[in-house]
Design a protein around this ligand. Structure first.
Ligand code: G5P
Ligand code: MG
Length: 227
């Protein structure tokens, strides 16, 4: 396969609130990657009241992970539409069985791991507001909307996520430690894990950007924009 036909298979990992969505939105501004967020996919199903959405809500509201078979089927189905694109998975895989299921179909080239202290995360999530239809994320302190409570692009109302309540955040962080941290080890052993540590996305971002410049195929790099 020639260099021009190369496609990047990447994932971004990190605890709830570590900035996966925020960093992903910067990545897709600078690189031609399709961003697939498992959380956005689930919330879209919840909004539409699909069978998966109804099931997902019962888990998400309790800060628990969706069962592996449901999640894997959902994400692999979406990826079938993206076989000709470079992509960035956000929030998937989140358990070792999910990572193994993904491996059976695709070879993952690189995994970006955002390592942010839990204390910082807890503070961030209580200040988060989202635009449900697009998945756009705001934060009252860090990246506030131009008008309070309103999405910058559509003018539609912003909402807080049900699972951002402090008690649910603690459960999500526990699930992360128990079920997702082993996935980091899984990718470390494969030699594809790159960890970026810090407390501020603005300081982590230039390192992620520089790293991706070495990983993303030339054909998927956008020439005209700067970090
Ligand atoms: P999600 O939707 O994947 P999480 O829990 O992994 O949810 P989350 O909460 O979406 O992750 P994030 O994307 O890592 O967090 O972070 P973000 O939204 O970009 O940033 C968090 C906040 O901090 C925002 O308000 C942002 O503006 C702000 N921020 C960013 N950087 C800074 C900074 O430098 N300073 C400050 N002050 N603020 C900043 O999954 C939801 C649920 O779906 C299920 C699970 O139940 C999960 O809990 N699910 C799955 N279940 C099983 N398997 C899977 N693969 C699943 N995927 C999802
Ligand atoms: Mg997110």
């Amino acid at each position: 396969m020639g260099a021009s036909a190369r496609l990047l298979r990447a994932a971004i990992m990190g605890a709830p609130g570590s900035g996966k969505g925020t960093v992903s939105s910067r990545i897709i501004k600078h690189f031609e990657l399709k961003h697939l967020s498992s959380g956005d996919l689930l919330r879209d199903n919840m909004l539409r009241g699909t069978e998966i959405g109804v099931l997902a809500k019962t888990f998400i509201d309790q800060g628990k992970l969706i069962p592996d078979d449901v999640m894997t089927r959902l994400v692999l189905h979406e990826l079938k539409h993206l076989t000709q694109c470079s992509w960035l998975l956000d929030g998937f895989p989140r358990t070792v069985p999910q990572a193994e299921a993904l491996d059976r179909v695709y070879q993952i080239d690189t995994v970006i791991n955002l390592n942010v202290p839990f204390e910082v995360i807890k503070q961030r999530l209580t200040a988060r507001w989202i635009h449900p239809a697009s998945g756009r994320v705001y934060n009252i302190e860090f990246n506030p909307p131009k008008t309070v409570g309103v999405d910058d692009l559509t003018g539609e109302p912003l909402v807080q996520r049900e699972d951002d309540k402090p008690e649910t955040v603690i459960k999500r962080l526990k699930a992360y430690e128990a079920q997702t941290e082993p996935v980091l080890e899984y990718y470390r052993k494969k030699g594809v894990l790159e960890t970026f540590s810090g407390t501020e996305t603005n300081k982590i971002w230039p390192h992620v950007y520089a790293f991706l410049q070495t990983k993303v195929p030339q054909t998927n790099q956008k020439a005209s924009v700067h970090p």
